[in-house]
Design a binder for this molecule. Structure first.
Ligand SMILES: [Zn+2]
Length: 279
C-alpha cells in the first residue's frame, strides 16, 4: 500500500481462542475445536511471511466449511470477539485510502489474501486493511501470478512504504500538462517491481489524472491571485507541500506539490510566465 499502517494491536491467536470458545452449537463447536491448533499455526505462518501469497498456502481440508469461516466476518453475532475486532478496525480516522493515496475515506475492509481462497484468514486482523471502494472493486480476489506471485503492497508489513514510494512528473505545456506517476527512484529493484504491479492492478494511473488536472487548475488560479496581491509564490507552494506530507507523502495532494517544487521550469512559469485568465 502507499501508506504504512500500524498492525492491529489485538493478539490474533487469543482472538482465535475467543472465537472457538464462542462456538457452542454443533457441528461448528466440534469442527472449530478440531482445527484450532492448525488454524493458529497458519496464522503464525501468515504473520511470519507478511501475508505473501508466495509463502502462505491455501487450506484445502477446510474448504467444505469455508462458509462457516466467511460468516464469522460477514455475520458476526452482537458482542462476539471478532465483531469487536472488526468494529475497531472500521473505527479509524483515515481520510486517505492507504492503498491508492486518493483523498477518499477508506470505508471498506479488504482481505489482503481473499477470503474466498483463504477463508481461514477471513477474521485475521493482519489480513484486514482499510481500503476505498474503487481500489477494492479492482483488487477483488487477485493476489499475483506466475511472474509476480505478489501484486500488492501490504500496509502492515511492507516497511519501505514509510518513505515516499511514488513520484509524479508534470510535463509541459504547463497550461494543460501531462502527468506521469512512477515508483520513486530511491526504491530498490524488488520494491519498485512491487509498486509497479500495485499501481497497475489498482489502475491508479487511470484514476489520478482527473485529480491532478483539477489540482493543477486550482494551482494556476491560486498563483494568479497571489501574484496580483504580491504574495511569494514559491514559499507558499513549499508550505502547501509540507502541509500535505502527513499522514503520508504518497497522498495525491503531497505527490502533486512535490512534483511542482521539483520542477524548476514549472516554478519559473508560475513565478514569471503568462498565466491563463480562467484555467
Ligand atoms: Zn484506494
Amino acid at each position: 500500500m502507499v501508506m504504512r499502517l500500524p498492525m492491529p494491536s489485538i493478539n490474533p491467536l487469543d482472538l482465535v481462542d475467543a472465537i472457538i470458545a464462542e462456538r457452542t452449537h454443533e457441528p461448528n463447536r466440534t469442527f472449530f475445536r478440531t482445527i484450532a491448533v492448525e488454524w493458529k499455526q497458519r496464522i503464525d505462518v501468515y504473520v511470519a511471511n507478511g501475508g505473501s501469497p508466495a509463502h502462505v498456502s491455501t487450506w484445502p481440508a477446510i474448504m467444505g466449511k469455508a462458509k462457516s469461516f466467511k460468516n464469522l466476518y460477514s455475520h458476526p453475532a452482537d458482542g462476539s470477539a471478532q465483531g469487536a475486532m472488526l468494529s475497531d478496525l472500521r473505527n479509524h480516522d483515515l481520510d486517505i485510502c492507504p492503498a491508492c493515496g486518493s483523498p477518499t475515506p477508506p470505508e471498506t475492509l479488504d482481505h489482503y489474501l481473499p477470503k474466498g481462497k483463504f477463508p481461514h484468514f477471513a477474521v485475521t486482523p493482519a489480513n484486514l486493511t482499510p481500503m476505498c471502494d474503487p481500489c477494492q472493486r479492482r483488487k477483488k480476489a487477485t493476489t499475483g501470478d506466475v511472474v509476480s506471485p505478489r501484486f500488492f503492497i501490504h500496509p502492515y508489513f511492507d516497511a519501505f512504504t514509510v518513505d515516499q514510494i511514488l513520484q509524479l512528473t508534470i510535463a509541459p505545456p504547463f497550461v494543460t500538462p501531462t502527468f506521469t506517476l512512477v515508483p520513486h527512484p530511491n526504491l530498490q529493484a524488488g520494491e519498485a517491481a512491487l509498486v509497479t504491479t500495485h499501481l497497475r492492478e489498482l489502475e491508479i494511473a487511470r484514476r489520478y489524472v482527473r485529480f491532478f488536472r483539477n489540482e493543477h487548475r486550482r494551482l494556476l488560479r491560486n498563483v494568479s491571485n497571489m501574484r496580483k496581491n504580491g504574495i511569494d509564490v514559491p514559499a507558499n507552494i513549499g508550505a502547501w507541500q509540507t502541509g500535505h506530507a502527513h499522514p503520508t507523502k504518497d497522498s495525491w495532494h503531497h505527490l502533486f506539490y512535490d512534483a511542482v517544487t521539483r520542477n524548476v521550469d514549472l516554478q519559473d512559469y508560475l513565478s514569471n510566465g503568462v498565466l491563463p485568465p480562467y484555467p
